[in-house]
Design a binder for this molecule. Structure first.
Ligand SMILES: C[S@@+](CC[C@H](N)C(=O)[O-])C[C@H]1O[C@@H](n2cnc3c(N)ncnc32)[C@H](O)[C@@H]1O
Length: 201
């Protein structure tokens, strides 16, 4: 017969296996009730976040803007960064997780891009990873036409190493967008994504 403490021990055992970051995300999830994906998609669990951060950090730009920044794991360490998301619950949690960063509510499909004052910057890096669907990219990049400076975009694309790309229709192949050239592409080994750095030409 199981000891009356067995359930409690099992729960304790489970919690002791969770990383401090997962535990923090879990607490934030309980408080703010954002989509549960964010709880386990930590920097440690998702190599693409570190790749995107390092790619961005190597650039010399005046400003970073991340679209669909989630809990801010990619951009919170970048100087001069603005993190945008359209989910108020996620933003509230992100402000606690990475309190030093500037976050604003913004919907890349419906918000006015005028409020971003993009032309205040000469060199801009836009980060949009794991957020924009393939059919949304043309419209999104079209909206950035109002920006006249030097523009870098970091995004995720279906990996050349992905054995079954047909099964991941939500991961774009934005490299094919005209007016942009691929500067760098790094395979995120823990997933089917490559992180790509593009420059507007
Ligand atoms: C799968 S999560 C990825 C978060 C982050 N980019 C990362 O990789 O850790 C997608 C994020 O995009 C946000 N999002 C979805 N649609 C959006 C929209 N139209 N405008 C702005 N953010 C959006 C969601 O709220 C969510 O935080």
């Amino acid at each position: 017969m199981l000891s009356p403490y067995a359930d409690k021990m099992a729960v304790f055992g489970l919690f002791s296996k969770l990383s401090p970051e997962v535990l923090l995300n879990l607490l934030l999830f309980v408080r703010f009730r954002f989509p549960v994906w964010h709880v386990f998609a930590t920097t440690k669990n998702r190599l693409y976040k570190t790749i995107a951060y390092q790619m961005a950090a190597n650039l010399e730009v005046d400003q970073y803007i991340e679209i669909g920044a989630g809990l801010g794991d990619i951009s919170h360490r970048l100087k001069n960064s603005l993190l945008l998301d359209n989910d108020q619950r996620v933003l509230r949690a992100a402000k606690i997780k990475h309190s030093q960063v500037r976050y604003e509510i913004f919907d890349f499909k419906n918000s006015s891009y005028d409020i971003l004052n993009l032309n205040n910057y000469k060199r801009l890096c836009l980060i949009a990873v794991n957020v924009i669907q393939p059919e949304e990219w043309a419209n999104f990049l079209g909206k950035l036409e109002l920006y006249r400076g030097e523009l870098f975009v970091i995004a995720d694309v279906i990996s050349d190493n992905c054995p079954d790309p047909i099964n991941y229709p939500w991961i774009p192949k934005i490299i094919e967008m005209k007016n942009y050239s691929c500067v760098d592409k790094v395979y995120a080994k823990d997933s089917v994504r490559d992180i790509t750095l593009m420059k507007r030409i």
